[in-house]
Design a protein around this ligand. Structure first.
Ligand SMILES: Nc1ncnc2c1ncn2[C@@H]1O[C@H](COP(=O)(O)OP(=O)(O)OP(=O)(O)O)[C@@H](O)[C@H]1O
Ligand SMILES: [Mg+2]
Length: 273
């Protein structure tokens, strides 16, 4: 089950828990859809920041605006007020340094391309020379346990494998930040736990900065260094929690840790209505 360890690099020398400076920030971001009497506030006055190498989870009830917020942070959707900043510069359009992992892996992959071909899309977008593709793709596929499936097509893969391909493609982009929208939401419980562990480990080993949206508060606590809880109508920050649980996390021990249960208790009321 284990992912291959990453090779020596500057990243690998940084302790996994060390946080860097602020990478992404939302400053009093608001969004409304519609006009006149039909105008509806979707997100109101959200301010928060994500530090380099931090794993932040956003949790909130269905319809509270999580996907909308992620699209704004990615530069895919302009806000009605406030500002988003990435690495100190305003975000007004999609950034090559931000990769997005969608819940719907089925639609995120090109069905006529193999696993390796789908990962190559990110290299093509970055104009990496074709002769260098194989050397870049092989280690990524190994890391995501897809090495034997490089020549298969998405339809020949399980849901968990397809989602791994999407993650491999995002990593091939070598982004400074990953935005993930309920990436494991459509998977069965066991596959989901496996991918949680694999991805959490990969993110920490490679010192990735991650903003991970989920409606599952246990998943948020399990994965996050911090959890931002949103309340609905309009979407706004209800709570921000520092998760003080040892890593690597463990599906049994972490979830049975009394502190995990306290966090769960604290966040539950935000989702309960
Ligand atoms: N383009 C749009 N025009 C009008 N309303 C929209 C648009 N996009 C989203 N909304 C509304 O914004 C609200 C938030 O939607 P969003 O998809 O961000 O919620 P979510 O928290 O991601 O929900 P889920 O957990 O179900 O994925 C919803 O009420 C939705 O109907
Ligand atoms: Mg959503």
């Amino acid at each position: 089950m284990a992912l291959a360890p990453s090779g020596p690099s500057d990243r690998a020398r940084t302790p996994p828990d060390a946080r860097g400076g602020q990478l992404l920030a939302a400053h009093a971001v608001s969004l409304a859809f519609g006009a006149g009497a039909e105008r509806r506030a979707i997100l109101r006055d959200l301010s928060f920041a994500v530090a380099e190498r931090e794993f932040v989870c956003i949790v909130g009830p269905s319809g509270c605006g999580k996907t909308t917020l992620l699209r704004m942070l990615a530069g895919l959707l302009p806000g009605s007020a406030g500002a988003v900043e990435f690495d100190g510069a305003p975000v007004r359009a999609p950034q090559p340094d931000i990769a997005i992992v969608f819940q719907d892996y089925g639609r995120a992959l090109l069905p006529w391309r193999t696993v390796a071909g789908n990962v190559a899309l990110a290299l093509e977008a970055r104009r990496v020379a074709r002769r260098d593709h194989a050397a870049r793709i092989a280690p990524l596929l190994a890391k995501l346990r897809l090495a034997e499936h490089a020549e298969k097509f998405p339809a020949q893969l399980s849901g968990g494998m397809q989602q791994r391909v999407q993650i491999a493609r995002c990593l091939a982009q070598e982004p400074r930040m990953l935005l993930m929208d309920e990436p494991f939401g459509a998977l069965d419980a066991i596959t989901r736990q496996t991918l949680q562990d694999e991805f959490a480990r990969l993110a920490k080993e490679e010192h990735r900065t991650v903003l991970f949206v989920t409606h599952d508060l246990e998943e948020a606590i399990y994965l996050g260094d911090r959890v931002i809880a949103l309340a609905a109508n309009p979407g706004r920050i209800a709570d921000i929690l520092e998760v003080d649980l040892p890593r690597p996390r463990d599906q049994l021990a972490t979830r049975e840790n009394p502190r995990f249960l306290q966090y769960r208790h604290r966040l539950f009321r935000h989702l309960a209505h």
